[in-house]
Design a protein. Structure first.
Length: 167
């Protein structure tokens, strides 16, 4: 009887808090501070320029091995989802230029994502980033409600199930 109680407790906990490595879900959403960055054409854009039910901001660099590891799954995720429901914005904050970022995407055969480059120090301070890769989840009202610190497989069943519950 006691064993059944603990099994039911652990089952209900896993439904509420998904078992996704490095995922932090905030009890209280945090308003994001909008910031400027460059698109692949070299034009200044702002986070508020993007409209989607859910925005995934991924911060990375070409020299970051875990970033290289997770980027193909992030690209595949965008292929699976309509951009009106989910927009993935990968921003290189490693101090590299657009050309080097595009080469990185070409090497990894990343076709579903656009290249963006931002001021690493400014963005890191603004969003309290502690390392890369870091991925932020932002709702349509501009509130961050979760983040992943470190790399994950964005095509894992656990992650996709959680994402489907969100929208």
């Amino acid at each position: 009887m006691i064993l059944l109680y603990f099994i039911s407790l652990s089952y209900s906990y896993s439904i509420e808090a998904p078992n996704i490595k490095n995922l932090i879900i905030y009890e209280k959403k945090q308003k994001i501070k909008f910031f400027d960055f460059l698109n692949e054409a070299g034009n200044k854009v702002n986070l508020k320029d993007f409209e989607s039910e859910l925005i995934i901001l991924n911060f990375w660099a070409t020299w970051c091995a875990p970033c290289r590891e997770e980027m193909p799954s992030l690209s595949n995720l965008q292929k699976l989802k309509d951009e009106k429901k989910l927009k993935i914005i990968p921003i290189n904050i490693g101090g590299e230029n657009i050309s080097k970022s595009k080469k990185f995407f070409d090497e990894l055969l990343i076709e579903e994502l656009q290249v963006f480059v931002g001021d690493g120090a400014g963005i890191a301070k603004n969003l309290k980033l502690r390392g890369i890769p870091t991925t932020l989840f932002i709702d349509k009202d501009g509130y961050e409600f979760a983040r992943i610190v470190g790399s994950i497989d964005f095509n894992s069943d656990e992650f996709l199930n959680w994402l489907n519950e969100l929208n």
